[in-house]
Design a protein around this ligand. Structure first.
Ligand SMILES: [Zn+2]
Length: 493
């Protein structure tokens, strides 16, 4: 760990030099951001949960008819990242040894394989086909250990929410931000206490202890703003249903915590209607307290879990991720010391588990819109000289390749033009041990390039050959903690 921290410092200059060789500077690119000295005032991490290579490409094909049109395509820093956990136990093992890893030669092996591999979620068989397909289906991370890597910079066991493998809580970027006098925000399209938002706002030995996590979020008041889904009195279609058991309240900390939240007996202003989320985004909501806890009127996801499998016919009574993100930025930007914000497109992962091509694109586009909202806010608030934005995912999921990827190993997703679903074939229904993409702009972003010392010579197989360098997910966590915790060296106040 100490080695990697030193690596950031030593190689920062070298990375800045190396940047133009990897990322051609085009008109309109955010090239000025890389190499800016000092620390960012504000740091924003955006996670499209469970978005493998195919997800980013498929959504861009549907949204624009081609690649290269997303706002983050203009960012100066583009890397890849490993995501594997310390081990695949679901509880602490007290063994510090790394049990799993990533090997490009195995991950991209085209050696034919026979037999089947039963999916873990849909319980249907997937053909083995190629050795590489099989390699990445094993030893994958869950969103809790992946979130802990991104928030606290450590490898740990699956299920850990900022707990190390000896079963002890660790400090994460949200704790560090608050200690530094900054504001903290967490926004998600799934339950507020789900693994990824929990990793930036709570600590628990298991992600499955939703009520404990929700209680910690509500009662410590660590976040200045926490927005998401998980309402106890609404179903997945956004229809009212009377809660019939304590379990219905688990995502908001249980019935007592829910009662406190909704009756003004926490440090938070509570909101839940679409109108209130929109007023928060417009800056017109009258707040009873400085901090805000918002749970949209829907059970688990803003949209994905609604009835049916098709795109469209969205729940009409909930905000989208961009609206919630704008609302969070309004609250956080009142702090003159700056802020840390994590935004999660949480249901991208759920759609990958469901091998649902239409809805994964729908969810990824919702995430892409939230990124545009953030970039637009940054451009009005100090630009990429004052703000660091990192866009990434926590792990791959679903392994969608092209329609003949049962015959041609790693055939990329096939574009069918704007507004048309691309052609894909899914090869798994849960997380993978693949590399994942990272885009970054702003002070500190160049240090991810410095950390990306390893090369994956095979990513050109899926069209990502212009960025073969990769680092580990813990490199992001350590960088965030350092940047958020320290004094700014830049002159601006
Ligand atoms: Zn995840």
């Amino acid at each position: 760990m100490a080695l990697t921290r030193r690596r950031f410092g030593l190689l920062a200059g070298a990375a800045a030099l190396a940047t133009p060789a990897i990322i051609p500077v085009r008109d309109g690119a955010y090239a000025q951001a890389a190499g800016v000295a000092g620390r960012p005032r504000n740091v924003i991490l955006m996670i499209s949960d469970g978005a493998g290579f195919h997800t980013w490409n498929a959504a861009s094909y549907y949204e624009f008819g081609e690649l290269g049109r997303q706002v983050y395509d203009r960012f100066p820093v583009k890397t890849l990242m490993t995501t594997f956990p310390l081990n695949t136990s679901t509880r602490p093992t007290n063994d510090p040894a790394a049990k799993v890893g990533y090997d490009p030669a195995k991950a991209w092996s085209t050696e034919p394989m026979a037999g089947e591999f039963v999916g873990e979620v849909r319980k249907v068989p997937y053909r083995n086909l190629f050795a590489g397909y099989h390699f990445v289906r094993q030893d994958y991370v869950d969103s809790a250990a992946a979130g802990t890597a991104l928030a606290a910079g450590i490898k740990t066991y699956n299920n850990a929410i900022n707990f190390d493998n000896s079963g002890k809580p660790v400090r994460m970027v949200g704790d560090v931000a608050k200690s530094a006098g900054k504001a903290l925000g967490v926004v998600t399209s799934v339950q507020v206490s789900h693994a990824t938002p929990a990793a930036f706002s709570a600590h628990n030995i298991s992600r499955n202890n939703y009520a404990e996590i929700g209680r910690e979020q509500a009662e410590t008041g660590l976040c200045d703003v926490l927005l998401g889904a998980g309402h106890p009195a609404f179903d997945d279609n956004g229809r009212y249903r009377a809660p019939t058991s304590d379990r219905a309240f688990q995502y908001v900390g249980g019935p007592e915590t829910y009662l406190k939240l909704t009756t003004g007996r926490t440090s938070y202003h509570w909101l839940e209607t679409k109108e209130d989320f929109e007023a928060l985004a417009a800056g017109t909501l009258r707040l009873s307290k400085e901090k805000v806890f918002g749970v949209a009127q829907v059970a688990t996801t803003l949209q994905y879990q609604r009835a049916g499998k098709e795109m469209g016919n969205l729940n009409a009574n909930v905000p989208d991720l961009a609206t919630m993100t704008q609302g969070a930025l309004n609250i956080l930007s009142r702090n003159r010391n700056g802020f840390f914000l994590m935004v999660e497109g949480g249901a991208v992962d759920w759609a990958a588990h469901g091998n649902n091509t239409g809805r994964i694109i729908e969810e990824q586009i919702d995430f892409n819109r939230a990124v545009r909202t953030v970039v637009s806010w940054i451009e009005r608030n100090g630009g990429f000289e004052e703000n660091l934005l990192i866009v990434t995912t926590d792990h791959g999921n679903g392994m969608a390749y092209g329609p003949q990827s049962d015959q041609f190993a790693f055939q990329p997703v096939v574009n069918r033009g704007r507004g048309n679903l691309p052609e894909v074939m899914w090869h798994y229904d849960t997380h993978t041990n693949e590399l994942v993409p990272v885009w970054a702009a702003g002070p500190g972003s160049e240090r991810l390039l410095a950390a990306a010392t390893k090369i994956d010579p095979h990513v050109g197989l899926v069209g990502w050959g212009d960025r073969p360098r990769y680092h580990d997910n813990t490199d992001i966590g350590r960088l965030l903690m350092e940047l958020v915790g320290g004094e700014r060296r830049a002159a601006a106040n």
